[in-house]
Design a protein around this ligand. Structure first.
Ligand SMILES: O=C(O)CCC(=O)C(=O)O
Ligand SMILES: [Mn+2]
Length: 232
């Protein structure tokens, strides 16, 4: 398990360097569904890549520990004229000019925390994944959730992919095709990486349903590429 991360960094040891990633990229364990095609029964397949155990235990702990310092909030959004607090906590970090209008809320980008930024760089290194912002969601327990939606806001850069990292509790992630009844349920575990490739958001909804038996928290980091200065 993680030792004192600051100490290790002072020794020149980088938790997110290429060298300590031997556990991360076991392609035998990854489920790659990127052929944009149909499965054997003719149902559509979402363009995703799932990498089990992408982050090792030390990297997970470093991020979870860092997340205790995040200024998370549970903002209220208007649904049919009534204000409701969202059923989770969230915060948005990003580069200058990468503010986000998400679920009807204008969120100004806060500066990147250290390990969230290291993870951004690791995704770029390992998968060529460009991102300039990350939305962090914290689900306190199985009562917290996210309804079916697509990440298709106009400020999301055309052709970009979205990388989703899970930490903490295992939760079901449901994908539903917009033009058929096809549904997939993927159980996401701590350390897993799910890449939602372009143009998944055009054709698929995703959600994190309630699971009342789950009592532990879960964190999710979605790395996104926004059009810079879209809102200025
Ligand atoms: O928590 C998750 O796995 C999904 C989060 C999500 O879809 C979002 O932040 O848009
Ligand atoms: Mn989403």
């Amino acid at each position: 398990m993680a030792k004192d991360n600051e100490w290790r960094d002072n020794q020149g040891y980088d938790l997110f360097s290429e060298l300590d990633d031997e556990a991360g990229l076991d392609l035998q364990l990854s489920l790659n569904l990127t052929d944009h095609g149909l499965n054997k029964t003719g149902q559509p397949i979402p363009p995703i890549t799932l990498v089990r155990g992408y982050l090792n235990a030390e990297q997970q702990l470093a991020l979870m520990t860092e997340s205790l310092t995040y200024p998370l909030s549970r903002p209220e959004i208007q649904v049919f004229g009534q204000f409701h607090a969202i059923p989770r906590q969230q915060v948005w970090f990003g580069d200058l000019g990468c503010d986000y209008l998400y679920s009807g809320l204008f969120i100004r980008a806060l500066p990147w925390p250290k390990y969230a930024h290291k993870l951004r760089e690791k995704l770029a290194r390992d998968y060529g994944l460009a991102s300039n912002g990350v939305l962090v969601n914290r689900y306190a327990d199985g009562k917290d959730c996210m309804g079916a939606h697509s990440d298709d806001e106009p400020e999301i850069a055309h052709g970009s992919h979205i990388a989703s990292i899970t930490l903490g509790a295992t939760r079901d992630f449901v994908l539903k095709h917009k033009h058929s009844q096809t549904k997939y349920n993927i159980s996401l575990h701590s350390g897993d990486l799910l890449i939602m490739h372009w143009p998944m958001q055009n054709d698929w909804l995703h959600s994190l349903p309630k699971r009342l038996k789950i009592k532990e928290p879960r964190w999710n980091y979605t790395f996104r590429q926004l059009i810079v200065n879209f809102h200025s």
